[in-house]
Design a protein around this ligand. Structure first.
Ligand code: ZN
Length: 189
């Protein structure tokens, strides 16, 4: 599927909205993207995860790891397609941890999977967990790349699409200046 087809599909299912949005960070943006609305359709999850799986199919690794909550579906699906083990990290008291008896072995080769990479905050936390276990990150696969500046990882980063958004501090937001009503996504009217 080419980029334009993907964007149209995202618009059609409401995953991608264009306008004037208040993000949870407090910043304003011209784009809102909710990956869960793509992944609610298992066939679409398979379609996009297959692209990640294809990219990493010749890489040598045993395990897929993903940060909860958003990454879990992607990690599970990529692992299913490539017949790997799939585990996830989760936040407890705001600290990312590996719980539920999940373990990584010394030297184990691991692929990180995410739904969306924006600031790569959660990615970096997962890298730390993997490396503290003595395991090795071999790559990062994501449905969407929303990074603003290029992030230098020590391994390949593959995403199925890059969606750039403009974000603004409220005081200098040009959309506010044009009196475009602001929408808080996910909230009830
Ligand atoms: Zn604004």
């Amino acid at each position: 599927m080419d980029r334009e087809k993907k964007l149209n599909l995202f618009r059609e299912i409401g995953a991608l909205q264009e306008g004037h949005f208040l993000l949870s960070s407090g910043l304003h943006s011209n784009i809102y993207f909710q990956c869960a609305l793509v992944l609610q359709y298992p066939d679409l999850a398979t379609l996009f995860c297959q692209e990640i799986a294809n990219y990493f199919s010749n890489f040598d690794f045993e395990t897929v790891i993903s940060p909860a909550l958003g990454g879990i579906i992607v990690g599970q699906e990529v692992a299913r397609l490539l017949r790997k083990r799939s585990i996830f990290t989760e936040r407890t008291d705001s600290k990312m941890t590996l719980r539920r008896g999940f373990k990584l072995n010394q030297g184990e080769r691991v692929l990180i999977c995410e739904d969306v990479v924006t600031t790569a905050r959660s990615t970096k936390e997962v890298i730390e967990i993997v490396e503290n276990s003595g395991a090795i990150v071999i790559g990062l696969g994501s449905i969407v790349d929303r990074t603003i500046e290029k992030i230098n990882f020590n391994f390949p980063f593959f995403s199925t699409i890059k969606i750039s958004a403009e974000t603004f501090y409220p005081e200098i937001c040009p959309l506010c200046r044009q009196n475009i009503p602001i929408i808080k996504p996910g909230s009830r009217k």
